[in-house]
Design a protein around this ligand. Structure first.
Ligand code: SAM
Length: 401
């Protein structure tokens, strides 16, 4: 696809997003309807859409100020100006491309060219209703985090220590033309510097030698005081990223249980476990009772705003509302209450979020501890979002009796 037809596809996808459709659903609908598009076309279109959504508020601010309609075309236009792209190659007016620039767009781009700031004011690209909560939670880090949220997230992998080692995987990557570098912050991480696209096509990935995983997600797990040959439950296992990380660190030595409200997600966890050479046992409402007071460790990687990972999922930040956040907060405390009886005496409960907000982190833990005097806080850590990884929070709670 030419540059202009990719831009046209991004315009279509953004229009559907602005109309309230789910972004993943739009992307798969687009892929089905445009079978001729290759993987590099799809990736490039997705990049345009995600780049725009990261800074949507900046663009919306300008469009509102200039009394322009907010639609896919206007966003792709501002994005093209923002990144100084060749406008005439994009707004071609040809069969599969967007129409040529209109008077307003011509004028705006001329002014932008002459102006160093390109007419873009610094806007905090988060929902209005969360501004105060972000400021309160981040304090002096607020500005830096706002700028980080405008950029793409880094790509990194976790080597499966159960099957391989970092230097072997670095060699594999290099032989495939993928540039990687040892990550300093974690034991089994590799930062992907160049050409990350084909990672999941590699045989080494399909054979379970590595997983694509954020470095700070790995750091969170490496920081947990988990011993070998114990009984561990990941209560919100989803696709299994964290429990597989634990199992890999323990070289498979332990009994690993998974549970999730959404059972469909566990299918992916099973596939990944099979690749990784790890056995996961499923726990459901029917067999839960028999496991009371039996787990050495329980991981509650709870649903949250996802604010620490918004670079990867920028659509999430524009969909969250104060009502949906309220519902998430209720879920977090419900989940802690659901797991507390499953832990044995002296066992540890790990409360984890990928949120930057105190209201979902420290304050949920404080509430739980006030209500449950038989638990005490052993440790807590905020792993800040930076150029190498996403933002996470982890609290370690011990059950005293
Ligand atoms: C942050 S994700 C977990 C990600 C996963 N641990 C990983 O590392 O790949 C949160 C998960 O909690 C699940 N969930 C939501 N409400 C739940 C509940 N009440 N009980 C158990 N799981 C729940 C969601 O389906 C989702 O998979």
């Amino acid at each position: 696809m030419r540059r202009d037809s990719r831009a046209n596809a991004a315009i279509f996808i953004l229009d559907e997003f602005l109309a309230g459709q789910n972004l993943n659903a739009i992307l798969s609908k687009w892929t089905k309807a445009n079978r001729y598009a290759g993987s590099s076309d799809r990736e490039s279109i997705r990049d345009i859409v995600f780049d725009i959504l990261r800074v949507k508020k900046t663009f919306t601010f300008i469009l509102n100020k200039e009394k322009q309609v907010i639609n896919g075309r206007a966003l792709v236009f501002l994005y093209s100006v923002y990144y100084s792209l060749p406008l005439n190659d994009i707004f071609t007016g040809q069969k599969y491309g967007p129409d040529k620039l209109n008077n307003y767009e011509n004028e705006f781009s001329e002014i932008a060219k002459e102006n160093n700031e390109r007419g873009f004011e610094v806007i905090d690209n988060i929902p209005d209703f969360l501004l105060t909560e972000f400021q309160r939670s981040l304090g002096s880090k607020f500005g830096n985090v706002m700028r980080l949220l405008e950029k793409r997230a880094p790509v990194s992998i976790r080597v499966n220590a159960h099957k391989s080692d970092v230097s072997s995987i670095l060699e594999v990557l290099s032989s495939e033309g993928i540039e990687g570098k040892i990550a300093k912050k974690v034991r089994y991480g590799i930062e992907i510097i160049g050409n990350p696209r084909r990672l999941t096509q590699l045989k080494a990935f399909k054979d379970g030698y590595f997983e694509v995983q954020d470095l700070h997600s790995q750091k969170t797990i490496e920081g947990l005081p988990i011993k070998e040959d114990t009984k561990i439950l990941d209560y919100c296992a989803g696709a299994g990223g964290k429990i597989l990380n634990i199992a890999s660190l323990l070289k498979g030595n332990g009994r690993f249980f998974v549970h999730d409200l959404d059972k469909k997600k566990l299918i992916e966890a099973d596939l990944r476990a099979k690749r990784a050479g790890i056995k996961l046992k499923r726990l459901n409402a029917e067999n839960m009772e028999q496991h009371h007071n039996s787990f050495d460790y329980i991981l509650a990687d709870v649903p949250c705003s996802g604010s620490g990972t918004w670079r990867r999922n920028p659509q999430q930040k524009w969909r969250i509302t104060s009502d949906s956040l309220e519902e998430i907060l209720n879920r977090q405390i419900t989940i802690l209450n659901e797991v507390k009886d499953l832990i044995k005496k002296n066992g540890l409960l790990f409360y984890i979020t990928c949120s930057l907000l105190k209201i979902e982190n420290e304050e949920v833990v404080d509430d739980f501890l006030i209500q449950n005097k038989n638990f005490s806080l052993s440790n807590k850590e905020n792993i800040t979002i930076d150029t190498q990884g996403d933002g996470f929070f982890c609290a370690v709670l011990q059950k005293k009796n």
